[in-house]
Design a protein around this ligand. Structure first.
Ligand code: CP
Length: 352
């Protein structure tokens, strides 16, 4: 039984097989219309979503399967105080795969401890978003031929942008990738991501100016300033217009640069960029459907299994991240890991 918590849960051979399957699906989608008949997906969205939620649901329906779940936790017993653990135990007894998005970092990892079926992380707070990474890698590979030998600019809210964290980790597996991390200092990548890049010998520079960086890029990956992750609204207001890509600035870019964005956008990409042939963000969301079809086929192949019983903790968790799933679910087993000689939380990856 496979859970997809982080892109790096996959080997490169598995990624290459998944991408090949995605290409087969894109070429002949009707050949797959009955592949998951009789199987059911639980779609547990504790946070708003358009692309991830609807593309997963569409993917399951196009494969002949069924879907149940919620996109507003007010319509589940979570609103009565039910824990993630109990919700997952129940839903996994009904479903063949769980797709889950929450605001709590490390929640997909926590769910995987109790689930009878594969858990797919559809975004856990500001932590990771591995299936967006699958869509991103599919887009880069389809439009450029390869994700290796790449100058990629990641621009915007790199602190809270989970898609950026997942993509950086995933691109550590490809040859000769250089990162230009473009953000205000206050919204720079978290230290655990920087430690990961250092540990893996990734090439990167941290800069604040978009215009001077653009001419060097093969891919510009814009991100939204994530209002919902700011505890201080004034801080959000200070940064919300930090970067705005428009048609005028696109003149600074190479003719073959592609502009990506996980979406939703607010105003960080002006409407006048949409008609530029280098704007790839809507195509990127469409590729997300096909790669998620491939993923659902792949993870449901092995069937279900009972998880091992996990005894509740009696000691407090050492993780001090207030957004970590352990902050509100103290019964979770303590899982720590070593990253570059530092002890990190095994759920949210933050240093302890
Ligand atoms: N890219 C992405 O995760 O979009 P949604 O929030 O609409 O799912």
């Amino acid at each position: 039984m496979r859970h997809i918590i982080d892109f790096n849960d996959m080997t490169m051979d598995e990624w290459n097989s998944l991408y090949s399957l995605c290409r087969e699906i894109m070429a002949n989608p009707m050949d797959f219309r009955d592949e998951l008949r009789g199987k059911t997906m639980a779609s547990l969205f504790f946070e708003p979503s358009t692309r991830t939620n609807f593309s997963f649901q569409t993917a399951m329906l196009k494969l002949g399967g069924g879907v149940f779940g919620f996109s507003d936790p007010q319509f589940s017993s979570v609103s009565k105080g039910e824990t993630i653990k109990d919700t997952v135990i129940m839903c996994s007894s009904y479903a063949d795969v769980i797709v889950m998005r929450t605001p709590w970092e490390g929640s997909a990892k926590a769910a995987s401890l109790y689930s009878q079926c594969p858990v797919i992380n559809a975004g856990d707070g500001g932590h990771l978003h591995p299936t967006q990474t699958l869509a991103d890698l599919t887009t880069i590979t389809e439009l450029r031929g390869s994700a290796s030998n790449l100058n990629i600019g990641l621009c915007g809210d790199l602190k809270n942008g989970r898609t950026v964290h997942s993509l950086i980790k995933a691109l550590s597996r490809f040859e000769n990738v250089s990162f230009f991390l473009i953000s205000p200092r206050e919204l720079a990548i978290p230290s655990y991501v920087r430690s990961f890049m250092n540990e893996n010998g990734q090439k990167y520079v941290e800069v604040s100016n978009l215009e001077s960086t653009m001419p060097q890029l093969d891919v510009l990956y814009m991100t939204r300033i994530q209002r919902e992750r700011f505890s201080d609204p004034a801080e959000y207001e200070r940064h919300r217009h930090a970067y705005i890509l428009n048609a005028q600035k696109m003149k600074l870019a190479r003719k073959d640069m592609i502009v990506m964005h996980p979406l939703p956008r607010v105003d960080e990409i002006s409407q006048d960029v949409d008609g530029d042939p280098r704007a790839a963000y809507f195509k990127q969301a469409e590729y997300g459907l096909y790669i998620r079809m491939a993923l659902l086929l792949s993870v449901t192949r092995d069937g279900k299994g009972l998880p091992e019983f996990v005894a509740p903790e009696v000691r407090p968790h050492a993780c001090h991240n207030p957004r970590c799933i352990t902050a509100t679910n103290p019964y979770l087993p303590i899982i720590n890991k070593q990253e570059n000689g530092t002890v990190c939380c095994g759920y949210c990856d933050k240093e302890i």
